[in-house]
Design a binder for this molecule. Structure first.
Ligand code: IPM
Ligand code: MG
Length: 370
């Protein structure tokens, strides 16, 4: 078979697998208001992961002490999602680790390292796919500027779903972007439902549909279809390039409320938004599916901080914000609010270097404020 035929054959297999994925998409939503026991999996991750997670777990244990004692909440430590173990097993998420994870309802996860190049898929991408965590929900707020943004990033398709499975021919490489009707409909619904339930009046669709005509064209069209069921919410379209500019335009940026977008644009613009809020260490991130949900810091494992011996100075704000999102997700809103308020009132400053407080000092102050 010629190399070209081989490439076409691999493309055919990819398309077939994607069609199958659509068939397996629908799942029933868990109702946490009636669930007797909620199991929270705790996954450390790499680099600064174990450092910020150990503090986040202390805070969680304090917040949920009564429920843990009563057995309505179980905290379950899951070992083995380390870069060393993943490389040794040659699996982005080793099978036994994934099995453990699937016994939980929700996860609190530290950042995991992704090797650059090579074939190893990012653990995050694998988990989002395996647990079908289709909505990446990232809030960014700057109250002094009246900014209250909520990003709904599609989390299981777009540029990511086949990101490790592109095709190469001599002198040429091709990656694929996948957008499905069902995949778009569910992220659009999640965004509009959030808007409706939280008194938001505007949803902005962000794509590059003038260039990515098929995939982003579909994304935009389906978001508009879904919008028809939410007549009280106004909807507008933006291209990703101008939207990244809008976020740094003080004249208009606080007019945006909920933004919904395909995977890669969402990845990029949420880092920008977090930086505007005060740094990538300051934003929480939720990965929500119908059956499972995973909560994590928006930032990576910061290997340079570890190399420089600054791990203890890592800022746990982002993982603690994710923890508050987890508590809201499992319908413990009062408990979530305690943590959110403590995060707002906390005056201990972590700078990421020896000039600021340590991760542990910050967590101590949070615990005092609870
Ligand atoms: C994020 C991260 C991930 C992503 C990486 C770790 C795969 O940047 O959650 O935004 O690109 O989605
Ligand atoms: Mg990112």
């Amino acid at each position: 078979m010629s190399q070209l035929d081989q490439a076409c054959e691999s493309f055919r297999i990819l398309m077939e697998q994607q069609l199958l994925r659509i068939e397996n998409m629908s799942a029933e939503k868990v109702d946490f208001t009636t669930k007797k026991t909620v199991t929270i999996g705790l996954v450390d991750g790499d680099g600064i992961g174990p450092i910020i997670m150990s503090q986040a777990v202390k805070v969680l244990e304090k917040l949920l002490a009564d429920e843990i004692a009563a057995g309505s909440v179980v905290l379950k430590r899951i070992e083995g999602l380390t870069i060393e173990n993943r490389l040794e097993k040659n699996q982005p998420v080793p099978t036994d680790v994934l099995e453990q994870i699937k016994t939980c309802d929700v996860l609190l996860k530290g950042p995991t390292t992704t090797p650059m190049g090579g074939k190893m898929e990012s653990a995050n991408v694998t988990l989002r796919r395996e647990l079908d965590l289709y909505a990446n929900v990232r809030p960014v707020a700057i109250p002094e500027e009246d900014i209250d943004w909520m990003f709904y990033r599609e989390n299981t398709e777009g540029e990511y779903v086949l990101g490790s499975r592109g095709v190469e021919l001599p002198g040429m490489a091709v990656d694929f972007k996948v957008t499905t009707d069902a995949g778009t409909r569910r992220i659009a619904r999640a965004a509009f439902d959030y808007a409706r339930q939280n008194g938001k009046t505007r949803v902005s669709i962000v794509t590059k549909a003038n260039i990515m005509k098929k995939t982003d064209g579909k994304f935009t069209a389906i978001c508009h279809e879904v919008a028809a069921d939410y007549p009280e919410i106004s909807v507008d379209d933006w291209y990703i390039d101008i939207m990244t500019a809008n976020l740094v335009n003080p004249a208009i940026r606080n007019q945006f409320q909920v933004m919904v977008m395909p995977n890669l644009y969402g990845d990029i613009i949420t880092d920008e938004a977090a930086q505007i809020q005060g740094g990538v260490g300051t934003a929480g991130s939720a990965n929500i599916g119908d059956r499972y949900a995973m909560f994590e810091a928006i930032h990576g494992s910061a290997p340079r901080m570890i190399e420089d011996g600054l791990g203890d100075y890592a800022n746990p704000s982002s993982i603690l914000k994710a923890e508050a999102m987890l508590l809201r997700h499992i319908c413990r809103s009062d408990t979530a609010e305690k943590l959110e308020n403590a995060l707002v009132s906390c005056k201990t400053v972590v700078t990421g270097d020896r000039n600021g407080a340590t991760c542990a000092q910050f967590a101590e102050e949070i615990m005092r404020l609870l």
